[in-house]
Ligand binder design. Structure first.
Ligand code: TXA
Ligand code: MG
Length: 336
């Protein structure tokens, strides 16, 4: 049976965290909030525990998990940071939405690493998550808490229908702060490669590294194993037109046929009851925090198909567009 614990990143009881830490130590599964999205966690040192995560999510066994720790001291026990230039400067971005790929020094289970000799590590910026890691006395492997290929969960209202009876403990902590997953980077000498863009942007990383590149832009660069799989998709067909103008044209041609996920400025131009608004184009944090929730709302809506507005821009806008591109089917002009 799943135990539900009402809490949030800043309000939780020592008893509840102790209860959840026992589940981790006993190779159980705990769903907990982070500042980005909910994580589905297990003892990172135990193959048996981490294998349960893969099974519950339906995640391919070759896609490694992110290991969460509560301090850089703990990172040094599971990864070799000596050769990493600028590790000190990078550590200042923690606790925070940054995941760094580091050489593994053994202790993390091969299941969590999906057999790689590297390990993805982050220190989340959520006191509840940090306290859970401390009390468990082990690092916690936790991918996003969602069934594989589906949108990540950023609001606890969606946890029960997906994980009731599968997780031992679920922290019911409302909405998460940022709403999209951490930036994943691979440091390489004086440069770094962004494997997955997130809230920490190219500009933030350029203050630390002399060269910052996106893995998508390089032909010979490492990719996260996860990038070859479908992601973040609602269960219904969601299309992405090439531009906002194209989206408006389709809506004019077929009013009320599609659910329309768009920013509020575009929503004002369109009008209509089929809109799901992601927030203002002026506030990328708002769009990020509403993106997955909008995909969930579309799935629950009476519309069988949907359209999502493409978002242009750099920084966080680019990270949002990275998720939209993976969630939606691109449309050619005039295709609908
Ligand atoms: O914000 C987040 O990062 C959330 C919260 C729960 O911390 N976690 C998360 O985990 O998004 P997940 O499993 O959904 O995404 C992890 C990504 C995947 O694309 C995976 O392929 C990549 O990190 N990854 C993990 N270990 C790696 C490694 N050793 N080398 C390259 N990529 C790795
Ligand atoms: Mg994920």
């Amino acid at each position: 049976m799943t135990k539900y614990l009402i809490s949030n990143c800043n309000h939780f009881t020592a008893e509840d965290v102790y209860f959840a830490s026992r589940a981790i130590v006993n190779e159980g599964i705990v769903i907990f909030p982070t500042e980005t999205v909910y994580g589905i966690g297990a003892n990172a040192l135990s193959n048996r525990a981490c294998e349960k995560i893969f099974k519950i999510k339906g995640r391919p066994a070759d896609n490694p998990l992110i290991v969460h720790t509560s301090s850089t001291g703990e990172i040094e026990k599971i990864a070799d940071v000596r050769m990493i230039a600028h590790f000190q400067a990078l550590s200042r971005l923690w606790p925070g939405p940054l995941t760094v790929i580091l050489p593994s020094i053994g202790a993390v289970s091969s299941s969590a690493r999906a057999g790689q000799d590297t390990v993805a590590i982050r220190i989340p910026d959520c006191n509840l998550a940090l306290e859970l890691i401390r009390k468990s006395k082990v690092p916690i492997a936790a991918p996003s808490a969602n069934i594989s290929t589906r949108p990540s969960i950023t609001d606890s209202v969606y946890l029960k229908s997906n994980f009731d009876g599968k997780a031992d403990v679920i922290f019911d902590a409302g909405k998460t702060r940022y709403g999209i997953e951490s930036t994943v980077i691979m440091p390489k000498g004086d440069s770094c490669i962004i494997l997955r863009p997130g809230i920490y942007t190219e500009d933030d990383l350029s203050e630390i590294f002399t060269k910052v590149t996106f893995s998508e832009d390089l032909t010979d660069s490492p990719r996260s194993p996860g990038t070859k799989y479908r992601h973040y998709s609602p269960s219904k067909k969601l299309y992405m037109p090439g531009s906002t103008e194209e989206l408006i044209k389709i809506q004019e041609k077929f009013p009320d046929k599609y659910a329309i996920i768009c920013v509020s400025e575009t929503g004002q131009k369109i009008g209509g009851k089929n809109l799901i608004l992601m927030g203002s184009m002026k506030d990328p944090y708002e769009i990020a925090s509403k993106l997955y929730d909008s995909l969930m709302k579309f799935d629950l809506s009476p519309y069988e198909e949907g359209l999502i507005e493409p978002i242009s821009g750099n920084g966080i806008y680019l990270s949002i567009m990275n998720r939209i591109k993976k969630a939606a089917i691109p449309l050619k002009e005039g295709e609908l």
